[in-house]
Design a protein around this ligand. Structure first.
Ligand SMILES: NC(=O)c1ccc[n+]([C@@H]2O[C@H](COP(=O)([O-])OP(=O)(O)OC[C@H]3O[C@@H](n4cnc5c(N)ncnc54)[C@H](O)[C@@H]3O)[C@@H](O)[C@H]2O)c1
Ligand SMILES: O=c1ccn([C@@H]2O[C@H](COP(=O)(O)OP(=O)(O)O[C@H]3O[C@H](CO)[C@@H](O)[C@H](O)[C@H]3O)[C@@H](O)[C@H]2O)c(=O)[nH]1
Length: 330
C-alpha cells in the first residue's frame, strides 16, 4: 500500500510525506515543483515531477506504486494572487483536481484526503466557525477549493470513494526536529514574513489593515502548527482505511490571535524590535476567522501536541535561520 502525496514537495505536503515515512509508510510524491522543492521530499519517498492534472501520468503512478490512498495538497495558494488571476486558480485548483479525482475513481483508489481551507467560509458572523456555517468564500482561491469539496461530495456519493476534506486554518511553524519548514522565498504568510523581517531580510513588516472590527483593529486568525496538521492527516488516513465514512473537518486550535499580537510574539521570541508599518487592507481578507475545533477531535481522536504560539514562532524563526545558512553555503 502506497500513499500518493500530490504537492508533497511543498510546505504542508512535505510535512505529510515526512510524517508518513516516519511511521514506515510507502510514499510517492507527485509535484510540478512550481512552488515546491525537490530537496524537501524525504529521501525514503519517491518523487515524480509532473502535473496532478495529467491523467495518463497519474494513472501510471497509481498502477506502478499500488497506490491505495491519495493525499491531495497540490494547489496555488495565495489569496491576493487568486484575485488577480482567478482563471489560473480555477484551472489549477478546480479543473485539475477534477482530473485527479476522475483518475482516482477510474484507477480504483478508494481513499482520498483533500487540503481544503478556512477560506471557504469567508466573512463570518459567528465566531468560532463550525463546519456547518454557510460558506461564502471571499476570494477565487476560496471558491476554487469549495468547488473541489463539492466535487468530492458528489463523487463520493456516485462512486466507491471515501474522503476526508480538512479545512485548514492558518498553518505555521516547522518540523520540530528542524528537517523541513516553509521554504518559498516569496511566501506571503504572516508568521513567515515576520520571521524574515526579524532576521533583517525584509526592511519592515506591513500590517494590512488596522480598521477591522476586532479587539485591536487588525485581522484575527487561528494559527495551527504544521506537524500537528500532518498528524491530523495520518488520523484521517487511518479512519478511511478502517472503513470510516467521508468527513469534512476544521483543522484549527479554536483560538485566534490578531496580526499585532503575532508581531509582539515574534519581537519577544526573536529579541528584535523590527520596524512595523501600518498599511491599507489587503484584498480578499476576512476580519476574523477562528475554528470551532471539536469535531475533528471527536471523529478522528486528534490531539494537538504543539498548540503554543511562542513555540510555533520559534520554529518558524529557526527554519528561516536554517534557510539563510543554506543560501550562504550555496
Ligand atoms: N499554508 C496555509 O496556511 C494553508 C491553509 C489552508 C489550506 N492550505 C492548502 O494546503 C495545501 C498545501 O499548501 P502549502 O502551504 O504547502 O503550499 P505550497 O505552495 O508550499 O505547496 C503546494 C505544492 O503543490 C505543488 N503544485 C501546485 N500545483 C501543482 C500541480 N498542478 N501539479 C503538481 N504539483 C503542483 C507546488 O509545486 C507545491 O510543491 C494547498 O492545497 C493549500 O490550498 C494551505
Ligand atoms: O505581511 C503580512 C502578511 C499578512 N498579514 C495579515 O495577516 C493575516 C494572515 O495572513 P496570511 O498569513 O497571508 O494568511 P491568510 O490570508 O489568512 O490565508 C492563509 O490561511 C488561509 C486559511 O485561513 C489559507 O487558505 C491560505 O492558503 C493561507 O494563505 C491577514 O490578516 C493578513 O492581512 C499582514 O498584515 N502582513
Amino acid at each position: 500500500m502506497t500513499v500518493l502525496v500530490t504537492g508533497g514537495a511543498g510546505y504542508i505536503g512535505g510535512h505529510m510525506a515526512l510524517a508518513l515515512v516516519d511511521r514506515g509508510e510507502e510514499v510517492v510524491v507527485l509535484d510540478n515543483l512550481s512552488t515546491g522543492f525537490d530537496w524537501a521530499v524525504p529521501r525514503q519517498a519517491k518523487l515524480v515531477v509532473g502535473d496532478m492534472g495529467d491523467q495518463e501520468l497519474v494513472a501510471r503512478v497509481i498502477r506502478e506504486h499500488r497506490v491505495d490512498a491519495i493525499a491531495h495538497f497540490a494547489a496555488k495558494i495565495v489569496v491576493p494572487e487568486s484575485v488577480a488571476d482567478p482563471l489560473g486558480y480555477y484551472l489549477n485548483n478546480t479543473a485539475k483536481s477534477r482530473n485527479l479525482l476522475e483518475t482516482a475513481v477510474l484507477s480504483g483508489v478508494k481513499h482520498f484526503i483533500f487540503s481544503s481551507t478556512a477560506a471557504v467560509y469567508g466573512e463570518t458572523s459567528s465566531e468560532p466557525v463550525g463546519e456547518d456555517t454557510p460558506k461564502n468564500p471571499m476570494s477565487p482561491y476560496g471558491r476554487s477549493k469549495l468547488m473541489t469539496e463539492w466535487m468530492l461530495e458528489d463523487a463520493g456519493r456516485a462512486h466507491d470513494l471515501r474522503y476526508v476534506a480538512l479545512r485548514y486554518f492558518n498553518v505555521a511553524g516547522a518540523d520540530p526536529a528542524g528537517r523541513i519548514g516553509q521554504s518559498t522565498p516569496a511566501a506571503t504568510h504572516l508568521i513567515k514574513v515576520a520571521a524574515q523581517t526579524a532576521l533583517g531580510q525584509r526592511p519592515a513588516l506591513e500590517v494590512f489593515g488596522t480598521d477591522y472590527p476586532t479587539r485591536d483593529g487588525s485581522c484575527i486568525r487561528d494559527y495551527i502548527q504544521v506537524s500537528d496538521l500532518a498528524n491530523a492527516h495520518l488520523s484521517a488516513l487511518d479512519h478511511l482505511r478502517r472503513g470510516g465514512a467521508s468527513l469534512t473537518l476544521n483543522c484549527g486550535y479554536g483560538r485566534g490571535y490578531s496580526v499585532l499580537e503575532v508581531i509582539d510574539v515574534m519581537k519577544r521570541v526573536s529579541g528584535t524590535d523590527f520596524p512595523v508599518r501600518l498599511s491599507p487592507r489587503r484584498a480578499g481578507d476576512p476580519a476574523a476567522i477562528v475554528a470551532k475545533a471539536d469535531r475533528i477531535r471527536a471523529e478522528l481522536g486528534w490531539v494537538p501536541q504543539h498548540d503554543d504560539l511562542d513555540g510555533i514562532v520559534a520554529q518558524a524563526l529557526a527554519w528561516e535561520r536554517h534557510l539563510a545558512g543554506r543560501a550562504r553555503a550555496a
